[in-house]
Design a protein. Structure first.
Length: 202
């Protein structure tokens, strides 16, 4: 079975056998800063989830030792075209479950899956040159007809989950998301529009 479900705005480069993979995730545990500057994939999700869980573990220990301990927020800096929907969900789930607060900052662009990750932040800020983009997820499946139908049902479920998340986190109505999908176009959002729509909340 070949099935791909993605939500991105740029082609994914898969390293050839023997080629070193340079992670687009930069971690700075001492300052609690995480930087994403590439496609969202399994390895990127692993890096981000691992770092968030590590910081939470440290904070759990410190809280146990000191009742007055205050968790300092983690800041996730995003400059990404998007990527895998499932890996996006792994990152969002970890952010949502984190006891240590996580803020997001769009430094350049947060598109597709990266746009949804940006919305997971408690405080969401961006540079005035930042751009955002929402669109319908991409899916591709080559198999028997019954398997393809199942892939379509799964894609529909994922799309509804994404739309519900956007509606919950912003002032964007479902009717606008339906309009974007009907037009079969990418919806690009400027910094000022993002502020008006509640995408940026600080």
């Amino acid at each position: 079975m070949k099935q791909v479900i993605r939500c991105n705005h740029a082609p994914t480069h898969l390293p050839a056998e023997g080629e070193d993979r340079k992670s687009p995730v930069l971690l700075n545990p001492s300052t609690r800063k995480i930087y994403i500057s590439g496609n969202i994939d399994q390895e990127v999700a692993l890096d981000i989830v691992g770092e968030i869980n590590t910081i939470n573990s440290i904070d759990d220990t410190m809280e146990g030792m000191n009742d007055d301990y205050t968790r300092k927020p983690i800041t996730l800096y995003i400059n990404s075209p998007g990527g895998s929907v499932y890996d996006m969900m792994a990152i969002i789930g970890t952010i949502e479950e984190s006891k240590t607060p996580i803020d997001t900052v769009c430094t350049g662009y947060a598109m597709s899956a990266a746009f949804i990750i940006f919305l997971a932040g408690r405080n969401r800020s961006a540079t005035k040159w930042a751009s955002f983009m929402y669109h319908e997820l991409y899916t591709c499946s080559m198999n028997k007809l019954t398997v393809i139908k199942e892939a379509v049902r799964e894609s529909d479920r994922l799309q509804k989950e994404m739309d519900r998340y956007v509606i919950t986190k912003t002032n964007i109505p479902q009717s606008k998301l339906d309009e974007v999908r009907s037009s079969k176009q990418d919806w690009f959002i400027s910094y000022n529009e993002a502020c008006e729509l509640g995408i940026v909340n600080t």
